[in-house]
Design a protein around this ligand. Sequence first.
Ligand code: FPP
Length: 241
Amino acid sequence: MIFSNRKKQPSGEVDLTRLPRHIAVIMDGNGRWAAKRALPRGAGHAAGAETFRRVATYCKDLGIDYLTAYAFSTENWKRPAQEVDGILNLLDKYLRESIESMERDHIRMRFLGDCSALPEKLRAFIARTDEISARYTGFQANICVNYGGRDEIVRAANLAAAAGEVTKENLEAHLWSAGIPDPDLIIRPSGELRLSNFLLWQSAYTELYFTDTLWPDFGPKEMELAILDYQRRNRRFGEIS
Ligand code: FPP
């Protein structure tokens, strides 16, 4: 299941009155995690999907409103067909399993990206999770699939132009993320220091957190460290204090 029913006591150290409202994660390092264990890359993605489940449960229990994960980029289609199929099958499996926990825990799930290119079976699950999500108002997991930040901005600009004037507000209303607050914190594990076409518009004032830990090893403890680091930051949004 994507979300377990385990209720984890939040650490006394995290200031629950100053939580990031929206955390986004780049699930990087699955391949290296598998290589270190002489396992196929698919085993790394499977472990990564399991990590997402644990981290999502932790965020939900802590009181985070939105968790967004970069699961499959527009560029990931260039990977070997076997790996692409493996990632899409994992998504399919986790969606199937998450429907029960969404209904039980009133969780919302939304997909950001061009889902029209996805296999029919996966699109049917996405339609079902959309239907369930419409009933609830609590924690929301966003999964970026066939997602690219530049494509998202170009698409939104064209839609805004077709509807009239292109303004920041009109463009935002046509992003895949329309209605979701900008991420307060973006986490990239695995030692890479870049955004890789992730949430380019939305990250204008986002705090960035990098760690060498590979995504499959990134558990609730690491998430707590990232939140504590975030809470030490001074967010100015271009102002002086
Ligand atoms: C990047 O690591 C990871 C991906 C391209 C795929 C991530 C997808 C999943 C974990 C599938 C399931 C998702 C959910 C939300 C259930 P990499 O392969 O680039 O790692 P490397 O840099 O070490 O090779």
